[in-house]
Ligand binder design. Structure first.
Ligand code: BG6
Length: 554
């Protein structure tokens, strides 16, 4: 079949001969082109439906001058606008204290998008996207800002027909969350909508970036403050790991195949290892990191999310509440170490100088914004147990750290040994190289799934060796897929909360981490040094080797 790719008209303002706006014609043609060549310009994904088009809306980004907007949010929005149908009239209002005009904002964003977007930035497509960008300057704590913002939003609704739909995005430092939320509510710029609200009226939603608090008490406080202005169905707590294609693929792998689910349990699984290793250091975020540390920054959020997707029971269906009910259920079954167990089942490390990526790097304590005597952990390892029918007695070993040898995130399910190896003790056999089966789900990079199993080495003797069967996303689908933020921003605009953390999920995750934080505060587990470029402190090896197991070298 010959496919003719539609000619994409020039983007511009005005009306096309069809009677539609030029913007409409332009967006339509781009989407048609994407539909035929695949959403990522990728023939292996051609024909995928574009059935998820949100309503026209305005996204308001608080803290728009920060790193997150430049590296993630704006490139993701641009890629969505180019590759996926973002609605006609879609607009962004950036809010920050910096003295910028709309044009300054557009210029900075163009540079950021050119650097970080997945798709190419052309003059036409940028012009189309940039028309929807506006900037409002002000102090987040000043009620006057919200008056100006409200006026600007009303003007955009008229000019770009965004229908009063608003997505507020808090990309600021956490100290501003409370004043922004209170002012949004107090000024009427955001209105509360609950199940009794008219489903046909315009919608207001808020997306909030982690950290959702720094301990269970502050997390509960933030939950209450948000609940005073927004109903739970309006709140989208973002954890970008859930937007990663490969994390969602864990669910597809488990629940769309008959083969593996029957062995995902204590009868067959010896233990599970979850690793989220980074080669980078704190990259200028010393101030934030001093307050957070690896346990709050990575374990409380991303790693517990990975644990839930691998350990939860099959949800009734793929909808927001069904999936999140199961996630909360499994989190509630996790037994965190408490009291004396903390020093045995957790390790906290901090990088000292060493070699990373072939160059010498300094210690954490010499990073900008870090105390000279800091005890903040840049590495954490822990052993958790899940007290339920499926996983009782199957340890979950988790580790994460900065300045490790390379960037790799994976979940490895290590199965039990076979009960009897019939090849053993036979003359002419060699079974020394046979290790138990391991199923590895590689979240990043080299996204894919690998299965390790034993095979016979060809030849007249019975030699067995461990081999791997590999599935690579890249080979099967051309490339790994859109950035996590694209998926999550689109879901928030569509009002689909499945991949966002629900209030009880956040609270339960904090309740698991809190006893560890308390134990650490009591000095139970001193922070131990590890060399940059190593796999973490010796104590992390001890943690798992005490159980007769070893960390994988991913
Ligand atoms: C962020 C953490 O949430 O996730 C960072 O604050 C970390 O410290 C980052 O580097 C890791 O994300 P990714 O997608 O690069 O694995």
């Amino acid at each position: 079949m010959t496919v003719t790719t539609p000619v994409i008209p020039e983007a511009g303002e005005g009306i096309a001969p069809t009677g539609q706006s030029l913007e409409h014609e332009y967006l339509y043609a781009r989407q048609e082109a994407s539909r035929q060549t695949g959403p990522l310009g990728n023939p292996l994904r051609a024909g995928m439906p574009f059935d998820r088009v949100p309503d026209a809306c305005t996204m308001v980004i608080f803290g728009v001058t920060g790193d997150l907007t430049a590296r993630k949010l704006m490139p993701a929005l641009y890629d969505l606008a180019v590759d996926h149908p973002l609605p006609e009239g879609f607009s962004v209002v950036g809010v920050s204290h910096r003295d910028w005009s709309d044009d300054d904002f557009r210029a900075v964003m163009k540079e950021a998008v050119t650097k970080s977007a997945r798709t190419q930035v052309t003059e036409e497509s940028w012009a189309m996207f940039a028309r929807g960008l506006r900037y409002v300057q002000g102090d987040f704590k000043d009620p006057g800002l919200y008056v100006t913002l409200g006026e600007r939003l009303t003007a955009i609704d008229e000019e770009r027909r965004t229908g009063g739909n608003r997505l507020f995005y808090l990309a600021t430092s956490p100290s501003y969350f409370t004043p922004i939320i209170a002012n949004l509510g107090g000024s009427g710029v955001a209105k509360r909508q609950d199940i009794f609200s008219d489903p046909n009226e315009n919608w207001h939603r808020v997306v909030i970036e982690k950290p959702f608090g720094r301990d269970i008490t502050s997390a509960r406080g933030l939950i209450q403050e948000m609940a005073a202005v927004f109903s739970e169905r309006q709140i989208y707590r973002i954890d970008h790991y859930l937007g990663k294609e490969t994390v969602q693929n864990v669910l597809a792998f488990r629940f769309a195949n008959i083969l593996f689910e029957p062995v995902f349990n204590r009868s067959y699984v010896d233990h599970v290892q979850i690793t989220a290793a980074e080669a980078i250091g704190v990259e200028g975020r010393g101030g934030y990191y001093e307050e957070a540390g690896a346990l709050r920054d990575m374990v409380q959020s991303h790693i517990l999310q990975l644990l839930t997707v691998v350990a939860m029971e099959p949800p009734a269906n793929f909808d927001g509440n069904a999936v999140r009910d199961e996630k909360v259920k499994v989190l509630r079954s996790v037994k965190p170490p408490t009291g004396d167990e903390v020093s045995v089942k957790t390790v906290r490390g901090q990088y000292v100088g060493g070699s990373s990526g072939g160059r010498h790097v300094g210690s954490y304590r010499t990073e900008r914004g870090v105390e000279a005597e800091s005890a903040t952990e840049t590495f954490a390892a822990l052993k958790l147990e899940i007290d339920n029918w499926r996983w009782a007695d199957v340890p979950f070993y988790l580790r994460t750290g900065k300045r490790l040898p390379r960037r790799v995130t994976e979940i490895a399910i290590e199965f039990k040994k076979v009960p009897h190896l019939m090849f053993q003790n036979m003359a002419g056999t060699d079974v020394t190289d046979v290790a138990p089966n391991v199923l590895t789900m590689r979240i990043q990079p080299d996204e894919g799934i690998a299965l390790r199993f034993a095979a016979k080495v060809p030849g007249p003797t019975t030699r067995l060796r461990t081999v791997r069967m590999d599935f690579f996303y890249g080979a099967s689908f051309g490339e790994a897929g859109p950035d996590a933020y694209e998926r999550l921003l689109l879901d928030a605009m569509l009002g689909d909360p499945t991949l966002f953390a629900r209030r009880d999920e956040v609270e339960t995750a904090w309740s698991l981490v809190q006893p560890i934080l308390d134990g650490w505060d009591d000095g139970a587990t001193p922070t131990v040094p590890y060399e940059s470029g190593s796999w973490g402190p010796r104590e992390a090896d001890d943690l798992i080797e005490r159980d007769g197991r070893r960390w994988r070298r991913p």
